[in-house]
Design a protein around this ligand. Structure first.
Ligand code: HEC
Length: 196
């Protein structure tokens, strides 16, 4: 409708400058009126009435979050108290298990011997019969870890996707049992000398 308004020259004259009566665009006026209506509702409710201001809303939310956190921590502590601790894996006992060692040996011959030799003497991979280790401390947990995760950037890949947890434990126990044995051909020591 604004484009239908005819330009009317107002009858003021300021130092020879005249002006048109240009009405504001309707959309602008609508926004303006809306602003007034909004303020009439907003100010009494939030600033004079019961409506919570932003700072109060924030404080209330923080309070309920803190309460939720506390409840969650309490529930966790309760659940933990009721649950028996997972027993630590007893590698020492497992190392005496001939069945595990035999399975570990077979798996080693099949999957690992190409690089470490069946007797652990080493070729592409390090000698596993000596006390020198490039990764970890040469104890069963360290060996398990290096087999699971591999050594990035080397031929030693991560085996955790190819072997089950139990297979990895078995082959680790076997690797550990190679300590102090005498391989047919012993690769020169690599890594740090680690005494038990
Ligand atoms: C393709 C060759 C290859 C195969 C197959 C392989 N390894 Fe390795 N392995 C390596 C190399 C190379 C390293 C040395 C990585 C490094 O430089 O830290 C290594 C390192 C290791 C180490 C750590 C030695 C140390 O001194 O830190 C262990 C334990 C080991 N391998 C066990 C195994 C077992 C068990 C298997 C079979 C499931 C296997 N490897 C299969 C090449 C291989």
């Amino acid at each position: 409708m604004s484009n239908k308004v005819e330009d009317k020259v107002l009858d003021h004259d300021y130092d020879g400058i005249q002006e048109y009566d240009n009405p504001l665009p309707r959309w602008w006026l609508m926004l303006f009126y809306f602003g007034i209506v909004f303020a009439v509702a907003y100010i009494p409710y939030y600033h004079l009435g019961p409506g919570p201001l932003m700072a109060e809303e924030y404080a209330a939310e923080m309070e309920s979050a803190a309460a939720a956190q506390k409840a969650h921590a309490a529930a966790l502590a309760k659940a933990e108290a009721g649950q028996p601790k997972a027993p630590a894996v007893d590698y020492a006992a497992m190392a005496k298990d001939e069945g595990r060692l035999a399975k570990g040996k077979a798996l080693f011959a099949e999957r690992c011997a190409a690089c470490h030799m069946a007797d652990g003497g080493g070729s592409v991979g390090p000698n596993l019969t000596d006390k020198h280790w490039k990764n970890g401390r040469g104890d069963v947990p360290s060996i398990v870890k290096v087999i699971q995760k591999g050594v990035a950037g080397t031929a030693m890949v991560a085996w955790e996707s190819q072997l089950s947890k139990d297979e990895i434990i078995n082959v680790s126990l076997f690797v550990r049992s190679l300590q102090g044995t005498t391989p047919a051909v012993a690769k020169a020591p690599e890594g740090d000398l680690i005494e038990d």
